[in-house]
Design a protein around this ligand. Structure first.
Ligand code: ADP
Length: 382
């Protein structure tokens, strides 16, 4: 039995806001995703978040009590007054938008407009111009590669339309709450990970609307006990639409890694991805060419199905670093799809080495693109 939006609103009419107003009249409700699993968010001013947490809880309980509802998830999102959300480019911060490295003598990419996440040194995005190019597989193995370099690494699955971390890491448990409002991330293979997929059922239709996407992302970024991390790898939703642009702008990113397959079409998409990050003034750390060479699982022979080296050439042409290539290999697919990422489970193999080399280059790029370099010393001779 499917529950309608009207039924949900009806139930929420009996839930009062802290000032006694029935919830549907408060203007805090996002779009309601109805069905047998219900999602929506409440967006309130940051100053009154504490007072709203019991309301969020009561709203969730009220919705769960509707006959036919299997599960309900109500997110509470704090918004600073003035309203965030529009995908406006960030103000320029020293480095010109077309450059991935700060210009000599330019002010370092300093305080972005968005707040950082306390305890997290750097946040990078792994993105692709379109789906299915192996973005998530790359993100998790890159994260493990960074772990192997001795870094404390977190992974945030921001692919809200199709979260893949539960599958990539075979995680079925649900995150625990801390103090009623914050979520404890899950630990796997030495990584600290969080995904909207841990909170909802796998078969849930992902009909997210713009404000909900942002509120879910903000929650996963700011209301999760990430602890101290050297780096957080954000697995972005594929594509370069408004949602992605807004995310690229809202998350305090130090840089972005673009994953592409060698086909021309994917590269056109990859170019869009690069353009998107440049638009919001996020340095592109480089391109990873995934599924570059096919390795036959039977004979080990290498075949360049899509033509080889397209991403490297494209990276050169666009003036962004080439971070490395990963072959199309059955072992990568099998390990990735069975929740046993290859860098964690076959650390001595050639693929783990390839991902580690990519991780090393990412770290190097991050050093040059994101580090606050000391200002050049200016000597004035009189
Ligand atoms: P995306 O995040 O871009 O949608 P995924 O990481 O989910 O892509 O990968 C899509 C499919 O391709 C998955 O089945 C995954 O296991 C497989 N895959 C990804 N990279 C490789 C690779 N290098 N070799 C073989 N299969 C791969």
């Amino acid at each position: 039995m499917s529950v309608t939006k009207e039924q949900v609103l009806d139930a929420l009419g009996k839930v009062a806001a802290p000032d006694g107003t029935p919830l549907p009249k408060t203007g805090t409700l996002s779009e309601i995703v109805a069905g047998d699993k219900i999602f929506f968010s409440l967006t309130v001013d940051a100053a009154v978040v504490q007072a709203w947490e019991p309301v969020r809880k009561r709203a969730e309980e009220a919705v769960k009590a509707i006959p036919g509802v299997q599960s309900a998830m109500v997110a509470l999102t704090a918004e600073r007054k003035g309203g965030a959300g529009a995908a406006a480019p960030r103000p320029q911060q020293g480095a010109p938008a077309h450059s991935h490295a700060p210009a000599a003598g330019a002010a370092p990419r300093g305080q972005p407009t968005q707040q950082g996440v306390p305890g997290v040194t750097s946040i990078i995005a792994v993105a692709s111009g379109k789906g299915g190019v192996g973005k998530s597989t790359t993100a998790i193995n890159l994260a493990l590669g960074l772990r192997d370099l001795g870094m404390k690494v977190g992974v945030l699955d921001a692919d809200i339309y199709g979260p893949s971390l539960p599958k990539l890491l075979a995680i079925r448990e649900r995150p625990q709450t801390v103090g009623g409002t914050r979520l404890k991330p899950i630990e796997r293979h030495g990584l600290t990970v969080m995904s909207i997929g841990f909170l909802i059922e796998e078969e849930t239709p992902m009909i997210w609307r713009g404000p909900m996407v942002m509120s879910a992302l903000t929650q996963m970024l700011r209301e999760v006990e990430w602890g101290t991390l050297d780096i957080m790898v954000v697995d972005m939703p594929p594509g370069t639409g408004d949602a992605q642009l807004t995310m690229a702008q809202q998350v305090p990113l130090k840089g972005a890694v673009i994953v592409s397959t060698p086909q021309d079409l994917a590269l056109i998409d990859a170019r869009r991805g690069i353009a998107m990050f440049k638009r919001v003034n996020v340095p592109v750390l480089g391109i990873v060419e995934n599924m570059s060479t096919f390795i036959c699982p039977k004979c080990g022979e290498r075949t360049d199905i899509f033509g080889h080296g397209g991403a490297r050439k494209e990276a050169e042409r666009l003036g962004v670093p080439f971070l490395g290539e990963v072959p199309l290999d059955m072992m990568i697919r099998e390990t990735s799809d069975s929740g046993l990422p290859i860098v964690a489970t076959q650390p001595d193999g050639p693929h783990a080495a390839a991902y580690r080399a990519i991780a090393q280059r990412v770290r190097d790029q991050l050093g040059s693109a994101g580090a606050a370099k000391p200002a050049p010393k200016i000597v004035i001779e009189s």
